[in-house]
Structures are given as C-alpha cells and as structure tokens.
Design a protein around this ligand. Structure first.
Ligand code: UDX
Ligand code: UDX
Ligand code: ADP
Length: 477
C-alpha cells in the first residue's frame, strides 16, 4: 500500500498522541503534525510537551526528528501528504443558529478550504475530530466545489476513542478502530489504505469499516452511552445518600451482570472533559433538526442529571458549613476533569469553585498537573472578574499547604496521591469543625471520621458525627 506521508492538522489532545503512535508503529511513514499555533508547535519540539499524557514523552522522544515532525508550515505538509488527518477543535457554537448545542465547524471548514487551495495531487482526507453526522459531506462539498484538474479526494471518518490520561494505551491496545467511507470502489480503496496504517499494530478483526454516516454517528453514540452510564449511577447516588444504600455496593451489584458490565459506574461530582457534554449537545441538536423531539429530550436528560449532580454536591458543601461560606477558606483538591491529565475543559471543579466563589468563599486550590495560569483563566471566564478571582483564589504546590487553616476540603479529582495523604496531619492544621466532601469516592470515610472529620461522600449516607440523616430531614442522634 502506498501511504508514504501523513499530515495531521491540529496538534492537540487528539492529533498529537494519535500521530505520535502512528509514527512509532509505522517507521517507514513520514508523519508531520501541523498547527497554526506557533507556541504549541514550539512546545511539541521542546522537552516539556504541551500536554501531559502518561507515556507520551517516551513515544515522542523516540520518533521526533526521525519520522515524526511538528511544524507550523501547514501548506507544505498538506502538499506533500498522501493522507491528511483533520483533528482541529470543534467547540460548541457560542452564537447564532444552534448556539450552545451545535458543533462549530469553522475550524474544520477553514482547513477544508486550505486543503482545496493547496492540494495538487490525490488526497485522502480523514475526519478525526468529533464532528456531527454529515460533516464529511460538508468537507466533501467544499473540496469538490474547489477541485482542481488532476486532483481527487476521498473523505473518510475515523473517530478517535482515546480517553485522556490513558491515551497512549488506548491507541496501542485499541478495543476497535472505526473507519467510515463512501460505498464506492474509490471509497473502499481509501478505507483499505487507512486500514493498512492501523494494521501495523491492530489486528484486522478489530478494524471495523462502515459507511460514513454510521461511523460519524457511532462516535456521538459511544460518548452518549458512556456519559449516560455516569448520569445513571449519579442519579442513584442521590437515592443512596437518603436511604443508606451505598452507591459503590450498588454499582458492583449491577456491574457483575455481564449484560451491563462493571466499567464506567463510578459515581462522581459529575463528568467533565471536552467530549461528553459537547457530543451529547450535538446529538440533541441533530435530533431536533430531524424533528425527533422525544429522542432529543431523552439524551438531554443525561446532561441535566450531570448539572444536577454538580449543583447537588456544591449545595451539600454550603449547607453543611452552616449554610454560609462567606469569607470561609475552603480547599479544592484537584482541578482537572479527571486524574492523570492537566486538562480542565468542562471540569466539574470549575462549577464547584465558581459557585463557592459566588457565595463569598475564599479558595485554596491544588492540582498536581494543571498549570496555575489555566486555573486563573478558567475561573476568570466562569466568574467574569479577574480581580475577584485574584483576590479570592490562592494556588498551592501541595495538598498540605492548600488545606492549612481551611474550614473544608472538597475533592474534585480522583488523583491517586490524595488517597495516601496524612489526614491526621491535615486535620490538625485545619479550622474546626473540619469537613471533607469527597466528590470522587476515593477516601476512607470511616478512618477520616475517626480522626474527627465531618465526612460527606458522594453516594453514601452522611458520616456527619452526631447527626443521622433520615428521608430528607436531619435528626439529632
Ligand atoms: C428481565 C431481566 O433480564 C432479568 O434479569 C430480570 O430478573 C427480569 O427482567 P425478562 O423480562 O425475562 O428478564 O427478559 P429480557 O431478556 O431482559 O427481555 C426483556 C424485554 O427486553 C423483552 O421484551 C426483550 O425482547 C427486550 N429486549 C432485550 C430488547 O428489545 N433488546 C435487547 O437487546 C434485549
Ligand atoms: C471520553 C471517552 O472515554 C473517549 O472514548 C472519547 O474519545 C473522548 O471522551 P475522556 O473525556 O478523555 O474520554 O475521559 P473519560 O475517562 O471518558 O472521562 C470523562 C469524564 O467522566 C471524567 O470527568 C471522569 O471523571 C468521568 N467519569 C468517568 C465518572 O465520573 N465516572 C466514571 O465511572 C467514568
Ligand atoms: P482536541 O482535543 O480535539 O485535540 P485541541 O484544542 O487540543 O482539541 O487541539 C486542536 C488544535 O487544532 C489546536 O492546537 C488548534 O490551534 C488547531 N487548529 C485549529 N484550527 C486550525 C487550522 N485552521 N490550522 C491549523 N491548526 C488549527
């Protein structure tokens, strides 16, 4: 097969790791990752990469300068490539038709126009970003309307299923690779060429080929199903907190049914990340456009429960602290949307922090990987006031300093290092009564309770000492 050169447009969380692994596994293929963001490319060429992803450093260092290149010269990379991945960002639209729900395709469209401008030979263009059903058709329309003589295009959909924090493992040991293309001879040939790349390390039986629409819809559906499981278990966590059932026990009991399976059943403060909310909103929007309001309402509920969970958790913090957090100092442990990543996109910690700030709290924040500038940027965007954030939020280099003299600890991310903290030492340094709100179910609530903490864990009956919760009313025991 004859893919000699690959270009990937967009050096982000998707394009960077994916193409690094392709370069590792296909040493005879030249892979060039390009981005219009000069700073980002500079970082990809430096020692400290622009994203934190376990195992990524090693792969990049092994291939960079051999068959893996990072560049801002988008045109040249397009010109020489046989196959082009489009992995630019597809945020939710912030204005106009479909505002707040539809995917904004402006970056995808501008890349398609650039390819049409620059391409001088045959190109396989692979849609790698999450884009709504029919996006490949839009790319094709742009390319074919601007097609020059002697140039032909095939558009494939090859959605990414990697999950941040485990991206390299997901890429190396993929459950499946999905490739959608046109049901024509040329379309099938293009699919075969992309299959050839993946077959360097993925068994053929795990490479699924479909028509373009199935591939595009499967990506949205997969994320919607995963998020739905989290909203389902989170909705039950609320029932558990009132009844005395334990959500971890319930999850285990449900998950051992092989028809259900045991993954993605961890109750939490809510799901975050760049994909789940965006993709479901997109699915909802598509359903509405297709005049399927019942289907739209069904999936919207997954988002609504997520909002409910974040708000329920934060209200619990405020209520427990005698219904006022004004001028109380509260520590937030974890700001990333999940462990093992420095990414904060749609992180539930942003909602929690913003709501506590709105209520007048002062915050001490610690996260092992998130850049301090990112935390300030997220909170400034959420609250609308840089000055307020600067005045009220302090960032710390470790959990011990972040918790000192605070009234409460709120765990928003399940970082492993939080599990093994010396909570006796932390308790001694805190204001009393000292509270812990575990939004990730990672801490030993009984042990913490014995130390003296008032503990609230998602999905478990309140461990507040001396108080017993019964069906929505607080009775003194
Ligand atoms: C169900 C549960 O499976 C069982 O564990 C519980 O104890 C009792 O309820 P049952 O109702 O006997 O068992 O059958 P099940 O195989 O679960 O099917 C229920 C319905 O769902 C049927 O109408 C079936 O046709 C339908 N179904 C099932 C689908 O439409 N699609 C599927 O993929 C599976
Ligand atoms: C997700 C999909 O898993 C991936 O296949 C897709 O390509 C991109 O979107 P990602 O967002 O990186 O990946 O992380 P994921 O592990 O799916 O977690 C998403 C959110 O759900 C996180 O905030 C996580 O903490 C939360 N989560 C996950 C739970 O609250 N409970 C769980 O059981 C699992
Ligand atoms: P994802 O999580 O989908 O990878 P990111 O935001 O991390 O999203 O990465 C997308 C990248 O695409 C960004 O670095 C952005 O600069 C880049 N990008 C967007 N539009 C273009 C474009 N027209 N040309 C080159 N790069 C682009």
């Amino acid at each position: 097969m004859v893919i000699e050169k690959i270009c990937c447009i967009g050096a982000g969380y998707v394009g960077g790791p994916t193409c690094s692994v392709i370069a590792l596994k296909c040493p005879e293929v030249k892979v060039t990752v390009v981005d219009k963001n000069k700073e980002r490319i500079k970082q990809w060429n430096a020692d400290k990469l622009p994203i934190y992803e376990p195992g990524l450093d090693k792969v990049v260092k092994e291939c960079r300068g051999k068959n893996l290149f990072f560049s801002v010269d988008v045109e040249s990379a397009i010109e020489e490539a046989d196959l082009i991945f489009i992995s630019v960002n597809t945020p939710t639209k912030t204005c106009g038709n479909g505002k707040g729900r539809a995917a904004d395709l402006k970056y995808v469209e501008s890349v398609a126009r650039l390819i049409a401008d620059v391409a001088a030979g045959d190109k396989i263009v692979v849609e790698k970003s999450t884009v709504p059903v029919k996006a490949a058709e839009s790319i094709m329309n742009i390319l074919r309307a601007n097609q020059k003589p002697g140039v032909s295009y095939q558009i494939l959909s090859n959605p990414e299923f990697l999950s941040e924090g485990t991206a390299i493992d997901n890429l190396l040991n993929a459950d499946r690779v999905l490739i959608g293309g046109e049901e024509t001879k040329e379309g099938q040939l293009a699919i075969e060429k992309l299959c050839w790349i993946y077959e360097h390390w993925i068994p053929r039986s795990k490479i699924l080929t479909t028509n373009t629409w199935s591939s595009e819809l499967s990506k949205l559906a997969a994320n919607a199903f995963l998020a739905q499981r989290i909203s389902s278990i989170n909705s039950l966590s609320a029932v558990c907190e009132f009844t005395g059932a334990n959500v971890s026990e319930v999850a285990k009991a449900i998950g051992t049914d092989t028809r259900i399976g045991n993954k993605f059943l961890n109750a939490s403060v809510g799901f975050g990340g760049s994909c789940f909310q965006k993709d479901i909103l997109n699915l909802v929007y598509i359903c509405e456009c297709l005049n399927l309001p019942e289907v739209a309402a069904y999936w919207q509920q997954v988002i609504d429960i997520n909002e409910y969970q974040k708000s329920r958790f934060t209200s619990k913090v405020i209520e427990s602290l005698f219904n006022t957090v004004t001028d109380k100092r509260i520590s937030i442990l974890g700001f990333a949307f999940k462990k093992d990543t420095g990414d904060t996109r749609e992180s539930p910690a942003i909602y929690v922090a913003k709501t506590l700030l709105d209520e007048g709290a002062k915050l001490n924040i610690y996260d092992p990987k998130v850049e301090h500038a990112q935390i300030f940027e997220d909170l400034t965007y959420a609250t609308g006031s840089k000055e307020y954030v600067k005045e009220r939020v302090s960032l710390f280099p470790n959990a011990y300093s972040a918790t000192e003299k605070t009234h409460a600890i709120v765990v928003c991310t399940e970082w492993d290092e939080f599990i093994t903290l010396d909570f006796r030492k932390i308790y001694d340094g805190m204001m009393k009564p000292a509270y812990i709100f575990d939004g990730r179910m990672i801490l030993d609530d009984e042990k913490l309770s014995k130390i003296g903490f008032h503990v609230h864990t998602i999905g478990k009956r309140n461990m507040r000492r001396g108080l017993k919760r019964t069906w929505g009313t607080l009775d003194c025991a």
